[in-house]
Design a protein around this ligand. Structure first.
Ligand code: BTN
Length: 336
């Protein structure tokens, strides 16, 4: 759902020079008046666009951290991820929105982005505080051809994609706390909540939604809810500068498309395991496995091809495969 505005922005940004009104009309198949209207809207939003007679329009400067449907759509280079894009200034939670769109038949890669969520959801029934203007909140729909038992791997696929994007955009070292928290300098910057919808016969995956929250431009820990103040951080707090959310989101979607396509070839993590493990925090370190059937300590030895964490039990009784979702794992020292 790329709008004329997004197309015009793409043309101006890619050209870096003057683009004539006629070129824009021809490319988009719209009238001169339509182009002129869009240019004026963009100027009102804070884009500095020069208009020079007989030369056309030139994008001089974009406002800092502009976050809108057209800004995001105009940056996309993906084949399917985010190509069908819904942007909301405010919504309850992008996860149920994405499920609704998927149920209505919208395609693989449909993405819902919000500037603010009023009922943001975290894992294990927790909430995810989602104020406006600071963070990235989005959910992507995927329609995989696999049985529901493989669904938890998508969370790891998304974690890898987000970590790659964060490292690329910010230069920070983004680690993964198995299965799917992204951690920078020992603190959490990203949470991922994946939900599955099955066919009525319950034997096939109808679609999955993967919801991602990234703390981007918070200035200090005081901006987080009390209970996560010691364990959460933002990209700005770690890197010392702000980031344009649309740029980060575009890179996340691009990496997700790449990593997901690699996953789809084998329907397991064999092609991605090494990359994932290179980012895994606490590898070869002592972890505590909070299994409802009994907690124990062990050494984390990486993941297997289906994404389970391999833990060597400390009591010498052998190696256990820890399944995402059932149990949680803590490092013995601190959050990670
Ligand atoms: C976690 O608890 O670590 C998971 C947090 C997931 C938050 C994201 S923000 C976008 C999407 N919409 C939600 O309501 N939750 C996810």
């Amino acid at each position: 759902m790329k709008t004329d505005r997004a197309d015009i922005l793409t043309c101006l940004r890619n050209s870096g020079d003057y683009v004539s009104g006629q070129q824009l009309c021809d490319r988009l198949g719209v009238s001169r008046t339509a182009v002129w209207k869009v240019i004026n809207q963009l100027k009102e939003e804070g884009y500095r666009i020069e208009s020079v007679s007989r030369k056309g329009y030139r994008l001089v400067e974009s406002p800092a951290d502009v976050y809108s449907q057209s800004e995001i759509a105009s940056r996309l280079h993906t084949k399917w991820a985010g190509r069908n894009l819904h942007f909301f200034e405010s919504t309850g939670s992008t996860n149920p929105d994405a499920k609704r769109f998927a149920e209505e038949g919208e395609p693989h890669g449909t993405t819902v982005v919000a500037d603010r969520q009023t009922a943001g959801r975290g894992r294990r029934g927790r909430s995810w505080e989602s104020p406006a203007g600071k963070s990235v909140y989005f959910t992507i729909v995927v329609r995989p051809h696999f049985s529901p038992d493989k669904a938890s791997m998508i969370t790891l696929v998304m974690a890898l994609a987000v970590a790659e994007a964060i490292s690329e955009v910010t230069g920070l070292e983004a680690g993964i706390k198995w299965p799917n928290d992204i951690v920078v300098n020992g603190k959490k910057v990203v949470g991922i909540l994946t939900e599955l919808s099955m066919t009525p016969e319950m034997n096939e995956t109808q679609f999955l939604v993967a919801g991602v929250g990234v703390n981007v431009n918070q200035d200090s820990a005081e901006e987080f809810p009390e209970e996560i103040r010691n364990t959460a951080t933002s990209l700005k707090m770690e890197a010392g500068c702000s980031f344009a959310r649309a740029v980060l989101l575009e890179r996340i979607l691009a990496w997700f498309e790449e990593v997901y396509d690699a996953f789809e070839q084998t329907l397991d993590l064999s092609g991605l395991k090494e990359r994932y493990e290179n980012r895994l925090v606490g590898r070869d370190a002592v972890v505590r496995v909070l299994d409802p059937a009994g907690e124990y300590n062990g050494i984390s030895r990486g993941i297997n091809e289906t994404g389970e964490l391999i833990v060597e039990k400390e009591d010498g009784s052998g190696t256990v495969l820890v399944y995402a979702g059932e149990v949680s794992v803590r490092g013995l020292y601190g959050y990670t």
